[in-house]
Design a protein around this ligand. Structure first.
Ligand code: ACO
Length: 373
């Protein structure tokens, strides 16, 4: 019998051309490009095209792809009605996203369409739910805006600046794809049974929602706010570590050096805050980060605990005025592109995913009738 790997840790379960995560040198390759090369340059639409087609689009291909997405942003009436009901129940935004994504089956025609519809409607679902939840009417998507700019527009009702759209686009590009993480694996398992794309994506949303995966950028930001000023950082962090608590936004299972996504997002956050933001907050966060990395090295020597993607995700999305409850759904708006790419790859090249379990239960039991138990 083959060796058991709890949690499938280290098990290679698929071949992919989509991304390579190298935690030893701190490198993330997406579609053949180093993350740093592509995340701040590509538009979200270009990046998705790259993942789905394995090449950058020409101008004509990009225009056609943008058009296909922009014309699919509106939600079916039944989905809007569902979001309205969810808002009355005050469900979590991730649960509203899961329910609404599932309801897209009502308007589904064919698999290729489902991929475009899911990608195009995620921002509409999240923004509409957020507004309905706060007693405001949902905003009709604007087909003249980019995917990222339109999301911010549907949340606020006003067109975002170029800097804000770029910052969000860089974030979405950075979190779009990251190997065989739990939600991506979930999507591949579901589609490997030759189920449908909508089922696979609904399952992936469920996996992303869990605190061990969708992460907790909220608490990382709370920590910076609690510290409040640079002079208090060291004492605050020391006290936390002395109590055996974890510093949110630091450490990673795979990256044992600086997470390349944190590097990209820290630069993006710096540009955003410089252009139109609370620069003292950015400076405070940098100070907290430096102090935390130093102290983690002192309290956990040899563990190589570095800043992870959550720390700067929190800062960047806060700079875009997104409330913390929208951080995970916004992550899903980026990651759905990677989930779909993996589904397409699994359908084209994959095999039914069906691991085994090691049985640790009883054997040789003898039946006792109900009356005699
Ligand atoms: N603060 C303090 N100590 C830490 C931290 C941290 N952030 N992270 C790890 N450690 C310590 C652990 O206490 C442990 O110490 P010990 O051996 O003395 O008991 C040691 O480092 C190794 O920890 P593990 O939990 O085995 O490391 P693992 O690789 O499983 O953990 C994880 C990774 C869960 C991300 C962890 O670093 C953590 O809890 N970080 C804080 C939460 C966080 O930022 N989560 C978002 C992660 S990014 C993402 O998922 C997209």
């Amino acid at each position: 019998m083959s060796a058991m790997k709890m949690g499938l840790e280290g098990v290679v379960a698929a071949q992919t051309r989509l991304s390579r995560v190298n935690g030893v040198v701190g490198e993330l390759i997406i579609g053949g490009f180093r993350l740093e090369e592509v995340a701040t340059r590509a538009s979200f639409e270009e990046m998705v095209y790259l993942l789905w087609h394995d090449s950058l689009p020409t101008q004509a291909e990009l225009a056609a792809f943008e058009q296909k997405l922009a014309t699919r942003r509106a939600l079916p009436d039944a989905t809007l009605a569902l979001l309205q009901a969810a808002a009355q129940k005050e469900v979590l935004p991730m649960d509203a996203l899961r329910m609404a994504a599932s309801s897209l089956s009502l308007a589904s025609n064919e698999e290729a369409e489902d991929a475009l519809t899911l990608l195009a409607t995620f921002p509409t679902i999240v923004a509409a739910y957020w507004r309905l939840r706060h007693g405001q009417a949902a905003i009709t998507p604007d087909a003249t805006l980019s995917h990222a700019a339109n999301y911010l527009y549907m949340l606020t009702g006003s067109q975002p600046s170029a800097e804000r759209s770029r910052a969000l686009e860089t974030y979405l590009n950075t979190v779009m794809e990251h190997g065989l993480n739990a939600s991506t694996f979930t999507a591949r398992v579901i589609i490997s049974t030759q189920s449908d794309m909508i089922s696979a994506i609904v399952g992936a949303i469920g996996a992303l929602k869990g605190p061990l995966h969708g992460g907790a950028p909220g608490p990382a930001l709370d920590m910076v706010f609690e510290i409040g000023q640079s002079s208090r950082a060291e004492a605050y962090l020391r006290a936390k570590l002395a109590r055996g608590e974890r510093l949110m936004g630091f450490g990673h299972r795979v990256y044992k050096v600086y997470d390349p996504r944190a590097r990209v997002l820290s630069h993006a956050a710096e540009q955003l805050y410089q252009a139109d933001g609370d620069m003292p907050l950015y400076d405070l966060a940098r100070h907290v980060e430096q102090s935390a990395v130093c102290l983690l090295n002192e309290y956990k020597p040899g563990r190589n605990l570095q800043t992870n993607v959550e720390f700067y995700t929190a800062l960047l999305l806060h700079g875009l005025d997104l409330p913390t409850t929208l951080f995970s759904p916004t992550f899903a708006i980026g990651r759905v592109a990677g989930w779909i790419a993996h589904c397409l790859e699994q359908l084209a090249t994959g095999r039914l995913i069906r691991p085994k379990a090691a049985y640790v239960g009883e054997t040789g039991r003898e039946w006792v009738s109900l009356a005699e138990r």
